[in-house]
Design a protein. Structure first.
Length: 326
C-alpha cells in the first residue's frame, strides 16, 4: 500500500483510479483533507493493509492526505464522476450534494457522540448510506465523529454568555443557523486563518473537537473550553459508485468487511485522541466547563426549521432518527 504526499502523485493516481489497470487488477486511490496523523489517515491506511492482504494483491490502495485531491467539494465531485476512487469526507460537505444529509447539521439532533455512533452504525445509518447511490457514490461506513464544543477567550457557562459572541463556525448553513439561534455572531472563515483571528481578537471563539483544539494549537489562544456538544460532526467513507459496481461480488465483500474493520480501529484511536486532548486542555490551565445542555438545546431548536427548509428528504430522515433514539 502506498501513502502519497506529493500532488503530482495524487494527480497520476486519480487518473489511474478511473478504471482497473488490468483484468482482475484494481487500483484504489483514496483521498482526504486532514493531516497524515488524523483519524482519516489511520482508517484509510489500515483499510489499505487489510484489502491488499486479503485480496492477494488483486486490489492496490494508495492514500492521498492533506487535500492533495483538492478540498472536500472537489473530492466529492471527483468521486461522483469516477476520477477518484473514494475517500473520507464530512457529512457537512455531503449535505451540499445530498439534501437529506442536512439533518446531520441539526444542533443536538443526537444527545452525544455515543448515541450518534449507535444510530449511525445501525439500520438508520445504513439507510442514509444507501441514499448516496442516487448521487454516484457508495457508502462503506461512518467514520469518526467529531464532537464539537466551544473554545473561547472569555468564559461560557450559560446560553447568556453566548450572546453577541463572535464565533468561527464551519461554513455550512446548518452550523451558521444553529449558532445564530443561540445568540452568537457566527463567522465563517477559512480554517487556516482562524489562529491569527483568535490571537488578534477578530473572533472571540471557535467550535471544535477536543483532539483538534490540541492538535492545531488553539490551546495557545483560548482560555476556556465549554462542552456544549452542539454538533456531532459526522464523517463518511465513500467510494465512486462506478468503481464499486465494477467490482466482482467476492471483492465487494472483502472491501466492505475491511472498511468496517478499519473504521472500528480508527474510531477507537479517535476516541483516545479526544480523551487525551481533553486531558491536555486541563493540564494547560484552560478552564473546562460542563454546563447543563438543556438550555443550549432549547435555544438552538428554532434553527431546525431554517436548516430543513426545502429539504423534505431531511425532514423524513429526522423522523427516522428520532424513532431510533426512543
Amino acid at each position: 500500500m502506498k501513502t502519497s504526499t506529493t500532488f503530482a502523485a495524487g494527480l497520476l493516481a486519480a487518473t489511474l483510479a478511473a478504471a482497473p489497470a488490468a483484468a482482475q487488477d484494481y487500483q484504489m486511490t483514496l483521498a482526504h483533507v486532514l493531516s497524515d496523523q488524523s483519524a482519516y489517515q489511520v482508517i484509510l491506511t489500515r483499510f489499505g493493509e487489510l484489502v491488499e492482504e486479503r485480496t492477494d494483491g488483486r486490489i492496490a490502495v494508495e492514500v492521498l492526505c492533506c487535500a492533495q485531491a483538492g478540498n472536500e467539494t472537489r473530492a466529492i465531485q471527483a468521486i461522483r464522476t469516477g476520477v477518484l476512487t473514494g475517500g473520507f469526507v464530512g457529512g457537512s460537505s455531503l449535505e451540499n450534494v445530498v439534501p437529506a444529509y442536512r439533518v446531520l447539521s441539526l444542533p443536538y439532533v443526537f444527545s452525544g457522540s455515543d448515541e450518534a455512533y449507535e444510530i449511525l452504525n445501525g439500520e438508520t445509518g445504513r439507510e442514509m448510506l444507501d441514499l448516496l447511490g442516487d448521487y454516484g457514490m457508495y457508502g462503506l461506513g461512518w467514520g469518526a465523529i467529531f464532537e464539537r464544543s466551544v473554545g473561547s477567550r472569555t468564559p461560557v457557562t450559560s446560553v447568556e454568555d453566548l450572546q453577541g459572541l463572535k464565533i468561527r463556525v464551519l461554513p455550512t448553513p446548518g452550523f451558521v443557523e444553529a449558532y445564530k439561534a443561540m445568540g452568537t455572531q457566527p463567522t465563517p472563515m477559512a480554517y487556516g486563518e482562524l489562529f491569527m483571528a483568535l490571537q488578534n481578537g477578530v473572533v472571540d471563539a471557535l467550535e471544535i473537537s477536543p483532539d483538534s483544539i490540541v492538535a492545531d494549537k488553539f490551546v495557545e489562544v483560548v482560555q476556556h473550553y465549554t462542552l456544549t456538544k452542539a454538533h456531532q460532526s459526522t464523517t463518511v467513507f465513500v467510494l465512486s459508485d462506478a468503481f464499486w459496481s465494477d467490482l466482482p461480488d467476492d471483492l465487494k465483500a472483502t472491501v466492505q468487511e475491511a472498511a468496517l474493520e478499519a473504521i472500528a480501529h480508527g474510531v477507537e484511536a479517535h476516541r483516545e485522541l479526544n480523551r487525551a486532548g481533553l486531558e491536555t486542555v486541563r493540564e494547560m490551565g484552560i478552564t473546562v466547563t460542563e454546563p447543563d445542555l438543556a438550555p443550549f438545546a432549547e435555544a438552538a431548536r428554532p434553527s431546525w426549521d431554517v436548516i430543513l427548509a426545502d429539504a423534505p428528504e431531511a425532514r423524513a430522515l429526522l423522523e427516522t432518527i428520532q424513532a431510533a433514539r426512543q
